[in-house]
Ligand binder design. Structure first.
Ligand SMILES: [Zn+2]
Length: 242
């Protein structure tokens, strides 16, 4: 294999590795639409969480109030019995005062219990609505998920093809040449083989010696940028392998 063919093989490998990295990036980047849908799902979930917490607190308050109301009703029953048994005006006054006190406490708690139950009812309605995904939301999410799945599938297939092709080009180059490429790649990736940009290196933008530019144009042997040590090629004469 001559230098021109080897260079074409290296350029091909660089292109394939560029594509491989783009595909890998694509496979881990969620489409914007899906991200937006997930974000709206996220705000719905946080509203749900807040309401569930409020519901739990109200549920506890409801239990406490119910228990206190039961106790106060028993107390009231007790004082009512006492009232029927009093024999003096002084006793009656005392019992009536106790009864008034219990009634006041009872009234406060019953009013609060009613408010708690009303809020719970409202909350349950809101929770049910939040837990239901609207048909539009669902359709949009499913479409975005299906599109993403198809895109991932295609990218995965292409990635396999690219990997195969890299091996194939490696076989065409032969072990020694493939090793040379790998060493270059490992020290200069992700851009190890770079085209000339006029008379400059397109990677580091250094202006190249005229004789070096000449040699890159001639493609008779591998030529490297003096500044960044990347392999240079002339994009007008060297094309990736078919
Ligand atoms: Zn350079």
């Amino acid at each position: 294999m001559n230098a021109r063919e080897e260079l074409a093989g290296f350029v091909t490998l660089q292109h394939l590795l560029d594509r491989k990295s783009a595909l890998k990036h694509l496979l881990v980047s969620l489409p914007k639409e899906l991200v937006a849908l997930q974000a709206s799902g996220e705000s719905r979930r946080s509203a749900l969480k807040e309401k569930h917490e409020r519901r739990e607190a109200l549920g506890k308050e409801q239990d406490t109030l119910s228990r206190e109301i039961d106790e106060l009703r028993e107390e009231r029953e007790h004082f009512r019995k006492q009232k029927s048994l009093v024999t003096t005006m002084k006793q009656l006054t005392a019992v009536v005062s106790e009864l008034d006190h219990v009634e006041t406490q009872l009234k406060t708690r019953e009013d609060r219990l009613l408010a708690v139950m009303q809020e719970l009812e409202t909350l349950d309605g809101e929770l049910a609505a939040l837990e239901r995904e609207s048909p539009e939301e669902r359709a949009a999410r499913e479409a975005a998920e299906a599109a993403w799945e198809a895109q991932r599938h295609e990218a995965t297939l292409e990635l396999q093809q690219v990997e195969e092709r890299i091996k194939e080009v490696g076989r065409r180059l032969g072990p020694a040449s493939f090793e040379r490429f790998k060493r270059l790649w490992n020290s200069r990736r992700p851009h190890a083989v770079v085209p000339l940009d006029g008379t400059s290196c397109s990677a580091c933008h250094a202006e190249l010696r005229p004789s070096l530019v000449q040699q890159v144009h001639a493609s008779e042997e591998l030529q490297y940028c003096d500044t960044c040590r990347r392999l240079l090629y002339d994009p007008n004469t060297i094309a990736p392998l078919p």
